[in-house]
Structure formats: structure tokens, C-alpha cells
Design a protein around this ligand. Structure first.
Ligand code: FNR
Length: 207
């Protein structure tokens, strides 16, 4: 597997697994944007990163903004929005979280979605799921601290979180009007990160 340094250089050159396996296999990737803001910069980053995936990946963007606040009282009859969300994650081969940082942690709306997916314990949808984490904020350290909290939570839930790290400081010119990254360096760094995740998923998910 490729190991990614912070500057985006792949430390271990190897041929990605997805170029060695059946070319037509399709993987379902749920991209969970950890924001409920209409003009979310993380949604923009998620869409730009999705363009870096191979054709063998189909993406969906499960909603999290309409989920009620987790309440054990609702477990007797789960709201339809919760069933929809957990079914979407359960059906996905892999999950990519793209999130802002809120007070040096993950946003409450995202934690709430993770909590719903974690219950009940036997039907925890995160267990064994390959998960990639990235995110952007205008802040200088680009979600670094928030991502550590998310990594810890997903680890406890049994997800297999991609190694390496990708923190992106948002600048107004990060993504062009056509949805692509304006900087070749940024695109190259994120391409290496996405390639590492594709490699992890194709190794973990039998086809
Ligand atoms: C923030 N923001 C923020 N930024 C950061 O770099 N570190 C932080 O700890 C926080 N904390 C924080 C708390 C709360 C409650 C809010 C509302 C905002 C700024 C945040 O990253 C910024 O609003 C981004 O635009 C959020 O991304 P979306 O929602 O546009 O994807």
C-alpha cells in the first residue's frame, strides 16, 4: 500500500491494486460531507476529489442534515430518515468523509450521523468499512485536530481508516468554476491520497 507523506509524495512506489484487478468491478463509495451548510466548502472539495476517482467507483452523497438528534427513545421506531441513512452506508463498499473542523473537533451534525450508524451495536454500519478522511477549513491547520477526533471514533467503531493524512486549507481559488483544482500541486497531492484509498478498498472488498 502507498504511504503518503504530508507533502503528498508517495513514499512506497507500487502499482495500485485497482490497476491489477478486474477492470470492470464497480465499487460504491458513499461520500459523507460533514456539514449542513448550503454553500459548504467541504461539499465543493468532495466533488472535486470525486473527479480523481477511477471510473470503477460510483459515488453517492448521503444526507445527514435531516437526521434527528440521536435519542435512545427513538430506537423503538427509528425515523425514516435514519433508516435511509444507515441503509445507504450499509450498502456502500466504502465511505469517504469530507468535513470541516468545529472547535477543533468534528461537527455535531457528523457526530450525530455516526452515532445513528453505530447503533444498535450488532448492526453498527461502520464495522469493517474502509473509510477515508479529509476536510477543509479557512483555518491554517485545515481540520488537522478535528480529523484526529474522527479517526479515534471510527477506530473504536471498527472502521478501517486509511493511513496518511490530508488537511486542506481553503482559499477562495482552491477550486475553479469548472470544479477542478486550480493548483497542480494540490491536485497531485490529493490524487495520491485518493489512489491510496482506491488501493485500500480494492484490497479489502472482494470482487
Ligand atoms: C468553525 N470553524 C473552524 N475552523 C477551523 O479551522 N477550526 C475550528 O476549530 C473551527 N471551529 C468552528 C466552530 C464552529 C461552531 C463553526 C460554525 C465554524 C470555521 C469552519 O471551518 C468554516 O465555517 C468552514 O466554512 C466550515 O465548512 P463548511 O461548512 O462550509 O463545509
Amino acid at each position: 500500500m502507498r504511504i503518503h507523506a504530508r507533502d503528498g509524495v508517495a513514499a512506497v512506489p507500487c502499482r495500485p491494486a485497482h490497476t491489477r484487478t478486474a477492470a470492470l468491478a464497480t465499487y460504491r463509495l458513499a461520500i459523507v460531507v460533514g456539514s449542513n451548510r448550503r454553500a459548504s466548502i467541504n461539499r465543493k472539495l468532495a466533488e472535486a476529489m470525486a473527479r480523481l476517482l477511477p471510473d470503477t467507483f460510483e459515488v453517492s452523497y448521503p444526507r445527514i442534515d435531516d437526521l434527528p438528534m440521536y435519542n435512545l427513545d427513538l430506537e423503538a421506531e427509528r425515523p425514516a430518515e435514519v433508516d435511509r441513512f444507515t441503509a445507504e452506508i450499509a450498502a456502500a463498499d466504502a465511505v469517504a468523509v469530507v468535513m470541516p473542523e468545529h472547535n477543533r473537533s468534528l461537527p455535531a451534525v457528523l457526530k450525530n450521523a455516526i452515532d445513528w450508524g453505530s447503533k444498535t451495536m450488532p448492526s453498527n454500519v461502520w464495522r469493517g468499512k474502509p473509510v477515508s478522511i479529509t476536510g477543509t477549513t479557512p483555518g491554517a491547520i485545515g481540520t488537522a485536530v478535528g480529523q484526529q477526533h474522527l479517526r479515534q471514533i471510527l477506530g473504536i467503531l471498527g472502521a478501517v481508516v486509511q493511513g496518511g493524512e490530508a488537511y486542506i486549507q481553503f482559499k477562495p481559488d482552491l477550486i475553479a468554476a469548472d470544479g477542478d483544482f486550480t493548483s497542480a500541486d494540490t491536485r497531485g497531492f490529493l490524487q495520491a491520497y485518493v489512489d491510496g484509498f482506491v488501493d485500500l478498498v480494492t484490497r479489502m472488498v472482494p470482487r
